[in-house]
Each structure stands twice: as structure tokens, then as C-alpha cells.
Design a protein around this ligand. Structure first.
Ligand SMILES: Nc1ncnc2c1ncn2[C@@H]1O[C@H](COP(=O)(O)OP(=O)(O)OP(=O)(O)O)[C@@H](O)[C@H]1O
Ligand SMILES: O=P(O)(O)OC[C@H]1O[C@H](OP(=O)(O)OP(=O)(O)O)[C@H](O)[C@@H]1O
Length: 209
């Protein structure tokens, strides 16, 4: 048998749904479910090796070819860009990028440069560039909703899923930026060298979505 296909999975929110998808395809994911602190786990009947990584690192490993495939959010793809193929929209991990401000704040009024706090500076920059709007972008590592409350920023570009975090902090969406869901990605060389195996897996996934 060929060496296993290495698939990098985003740890955290996307992990359960990805394992659920592999199980729905009929693969035994016992080793992944009972992983403890192990980070590389076999899915033997699929000839897969699952690598558990942080979202940005999934892209780094796939881009460098040390993982053949990956499962990562569209948010991470939009922020990191990079050279790899985006193959399938997996339809889970659904949320969106949105521009939000304090409730009732008139973001588009006035002539001063607006300040935007975000964990995703490239996404925010390109959103405002398309509008032809000059902004100051400040990178924040988490709980981005704090920035307008502390008056560091006029608005935020962040992930919104249920809207609860915005609501409980007196903020509201004023514009959607982009829809987000989990994507299957592949290294460009792996897709050529292991085309038959990857293609079989994609067909199986698409039949089960
Ligand atoms: N409410 C949400 N908040 C953030 N990400 C979400 C949400 N719902 C779905 N996602 C998707 O899940 C992916 C993984 O999110 P998760 O919070 O587990 O990791 P992360 O964004 O790297 O955060 P952390 O730095 O806390 O690990 C995101 O990249 C996004 O595609
Ligand atoms: O619309 P909601 O369902 O409330 O979800 C959105 C929140 O979830 C994410 O934060 P996360 O929990 O990953 O924490 P972080 O802000 O520290 O990254 C995101 O950055 C929002 O804050």
C-alpha cells in the first residue's frame, strides 16, 4: 500500500465536524477520538494520517507539502492566502466575517479616518480598499469586541456566528464582509502525484455532503 495521505485538521471548532465527516464516509476514527495529547493519528482503513494543528499552521503544512491535504476555515484562507488548491466547500463551520460597531454608531458619517480592530488585518484591509476607504487597521489577538468598547477602534471586522457575543456587548453588525465555512485544501504537488487517491476521496466526500 502507498504511504498514507497526510491530512491536517484544524483543532478546536472544526475538529468534531471533520471527524464526523470522515466517519460518515465509513472510516474508523477511533484513534482520533481517543487521541489524548497525540497530534498525528492514523485512520488506517482510509490510508489517511490525521495531523491536528492550529488553523494558520494547517495552511503552512499544506503549502510546504508536508501535509497533502487540509481542512481549514475560509476565514484563514482569506487572511493567509498562499499557494494551494481549495477543493471542496465542506458546508460546516458556518459563520461570517462582518463589520460591527457599537449599537447606533453612524460608522459611515464624517470625514476622519476610521480605526478598525481585527484579528484578520488582510481581510479588513482588502474590504475597505475595495470601498476606496482609507482606514487604520489595528491587529488584536482575541476578544476583538473589546476594542470599540474601550474606544480603541470605531469598528471591528470579526467572525460572527450566532451574534451572541456582539449582542451581549452592545455591538451590532452594520455590514456583512464574507460568508465562511470549512474548506478541503490540497498541496499542489500532492494533487498531481496522488491524483487518483485524492480524487477518490473528493468524490466520496461530495457524494456524502
Ligand atoms: N464562532 C466562531 N468563532 C470563530 N471561528 C468559528 C466560529 N464558528 C466557526 N468558526 C470556524 O472555526 C475555525 C476554528 O476556530 P477556533 O476558534 O477553533 O480556532 P481559532 O480561530 O484558531 O481560535 P483560537 O486562537 O482560539 O484557537 C475558524 O477558523 C472558523 O473557520
Ligand atoms: O457570534 P458568536 O456565536 O457569539 O461567535 C463569535 C465570537 O466567537 C469568536 O471568538 P472566540 O470564541 O474564538 O474567541 P476569541 O475572540 O478570543 O478568538 C469570534 O471572534 C467572536 O468573538
Amino acid at each position: 500500500m502507498n504511504k498514507p495521505i497526510r491530512m491536517a485538521l484544524t483543532k478546536g471548532r472544526l475538529e468534531k465536524d471533520t471527524v464526523g465527516l470522515l466517519e460518515m464516509l465509513g472510516f474508523d476514527c477511533t484513534a482520533v477520538r481517543e487521541k489524548g495529547r497525540k497530534l498525528i493519528l492514523p485512520v488506517p482503513d482510509a490510508n489517511l494520517e490525521v495531523v491536528l494543528a492550529k488553523a494558520n499552521d494547517v495552511i503552512t503544512y499544506v503549502e510546504h507539502g508536508v501535509c497533502d491535504m487540509g481542512v481549514v476555515g475560509k476565514d484563514t484562507i482569506m487572511e493567509m492566502k498562499g499557494k494551494f488548491y481549495e477543493l471542496v466547500d465542506l458546508g460546516f463551520g458556518k459563520c461570517k466575517f462582518a463589520l460591527a460597531t457599537k449599537k447606533g454608531y453612524d460608522f459611515y458619517s464624517g470625514y476622519g479616518i476610521k480605526t478598525i480592530a481585527t484579528k484578520y488585518p488582510n481581510v479588513a484591509r482588502s474590504f475597505f480598499e475595495k470601498k476606496g476607504m482609507d482606514t487604520e487597521i489595528i491587529k488584536i489577538e482575541g476578544s476583538v469586541e473589546l476594542a470599540p468598547l474601550l474606544e480603541l477602534a470605531d469598528g471591528i471586522v470579526d467572525i460572527v456566528e450566532t451574534g451572541t457575543t456582539l449582542k451581549e456587548n452592545g455591538l451590532e453588525v452594520i455590514e456583512d464582509v464574507a460568508p465562511i465555512s470549512a474548506r478541503l485544501i490540497a498541496n499542489t504537488v500532492s494533487l498531481k502525484m496522488r491524483h487518483a487517491e485524492i480524487d477518490r476521496l473528493i468524490t466520496l466526500i461530495e457524494e456524502n455532503l
